[in-house]
Design a protein around this ligand. Structure first.
Ligand SMILES: CN(C)C(=N)NCCC[C@H](N)C(=O)O
Length: 296
C-alpha cells in the first residue's frame, strides 16, 4: 500500500545477516527482525538553540562530520539488511535529523508528533505529510504534546511511554486509543534523559535495557515487574547516550563510547555494532534519535 517518492527509497545492497539463522547466542533473546526505517539527512544540522541540557549553541557543531556519522549509521542499517527510506530535510529545522521524534508508527497507523518547543513545531506536519504522500491513510494528528518515538517505545504486547519533560501524559491515552495497544506510562525524572529513548531501548519484542536512575521510584518498580530479566545500564553508559540504541533482536547498534553496556550486551549474546554519533550528540541525539521505525 505504501508508495514512496522515487529517489527517496534506498534498497539494501548486501545480503541480510539479520535474516540469516546466524548462530549468535542472541538467538535466545529473540529472533532478528528486518526493519523499515525513516531517516533524515542532517543537511541543515546545527546547534542554534538550547532545549535540552546537551545543547550549547556557543560550542558550535561540525555539520559535515554530522553528515558523515549519519551516513555511516545509514550504511550500518543497510548492511544489516534493513530498509531505509528518506524524508527531505527542511531548511530552518536543524533538529529534523532526529527522525524518531517525528511520529509513532504501529500496525500501519501513524500517530503524529506535536512538539513541545516552538523551535521544532514545524517538524510534526513535515513528517505527517511524508506519510500521507507515501500512501499511509490511517494518520492521526495529535491533540496533545508528544515527541513520537522519542517517548513511545513499542514492544510486542505493550508500548512504553515516557512523560515528565516532553510528552504530555494525556498523549499516552490518545495513542492507546488510536493504536489499540496498551500504553504503559513511565515517569522520567532526570533532565539529561528528557526522552524515554535516552534511558531505555527494546532489545527485542519482550525485553529492554534501561538506566534505572532516569525513572521515578514507581516507574522503576513497574519496569522491574514488567522486565525482570532486563539489561541494567549504569550512569556511565547513560551519559554517553548508550541507551539511545537500536536492536533488531540480534544486532544492537549502539554509541561506541558505551563501553560497559557493550560488554554486557555481548555477554547476553547480542551482536554489538558500535557507531560514532558524537557530533549529533551535541544536539542531544544518538543512533535511535536518527531512526524512526515504520511498523506495518
Ligand atoms: C535521544 N533523543 C532524545 C531523541 N529522540 N531525540 C533527540 C532530540 C534532540 C533535540 N535537540 C531536542 O532536544 O528535541
Amino acid at each position: 500500500m505504501t508508495t514512496e517518492t522515487p529517489g527517496q527509497e534506498i534498497h539494501p545492497g548486501a545480503a541480510s545477516p539479520a535474516a540469516s539463522t546466524a548462530p549468535w547466542p542472541g538467538a535466545e533473546s529473540g529472533q532478528s527482525t528486518t526493519k523499515h526505517f525513516l531517516m533524515c539527512r542532517p543537511e541543515h544540522f546545527a546547534v542554534e538553540y538550547a532545549i535540552n541540557p546537551w545543547m550549547d549553541p556557543s560550542a558550535g557543531a561540525d555539520r559535515d562530520l554530522a553528515i558523515r556519522q549519519w551516513e555511516e549509521l545509514r550504511s550500518v542499517y543497510e548492511g544489516l539488511g534493513h530498509r531505509v527510506s528518506l524524508i527531505d530535510p527542511v531548511e530552518g529545522l536543524p533538529d529534523m535529523v532526529f527522525a524518531a521524534n517525528g511520529a509513532l508508527v504501529v500496525g500501519g497507523r501513524v500517530y503524529g508528533a506535536r512538539f513541545k518547543h516552538p523551535e521544532r513545531a514545524a517538524e510534526g506536519p513535515a513528517y505527517l505529510e511524508w506519510f500521507v504522500r507515501n500512501g499511509y491513510d490511517r494518520v492521526r494528528e495529535a491533540s496533545f504534546t508528544n515527541e513520537g518515538e522519542g517517548d513511545f517505545l513499542t514492544l510486542d504486547h505493550v508500548i512504553l511511554a515516557g512523560t515528565g519533560f516532553r510528552t504530555d501524559i494525556t498523549a499516552h491515552s490518545e495513542a492507546q486509543e488510536f493504536l489499540g495497544r496498551p500504553v504503559v506510562t513511565l515517569r522520567l525524572v532526570d533532565p539529561r534523559f528528557y526522552h524515554l529513548d535516552t534511558a531505555l531501548f527494546p532489545l527485542n519484542g519482550h525485553n529492554v535495557a534501561y538506566f534505572p536512575g532516569a525513572f521515578s521510584p514507581g516507574s522503576q518498580e513497574v519496569l522491574r515487574r514488567l522486565f525482570p530479566h532486563a539489561v541494567i545500564a549504569d550512569e556511565d553508559d547513560a551519559v554517553v547516550l548508550g541507551l539511545n540504541a537500536v536492536s533488531d533482536g540480534t544486532h544492537v547498534v549502539v554509541n561506541a563510547e558505551a563501553a560497559g553496556l557493550r560488554r554486557t550486551l555481548e555477554h547476553e549474546g547480542f551482536k554489538v555494532v558500535p557507531v560514532d554519533m558524537s557530533e549529533l550528540r551535541k544536539a542531544g541525539g544518538g543512533p535511535k534519535c536518527c531512526t524512526l521505525e515504520i511498523r506495518g
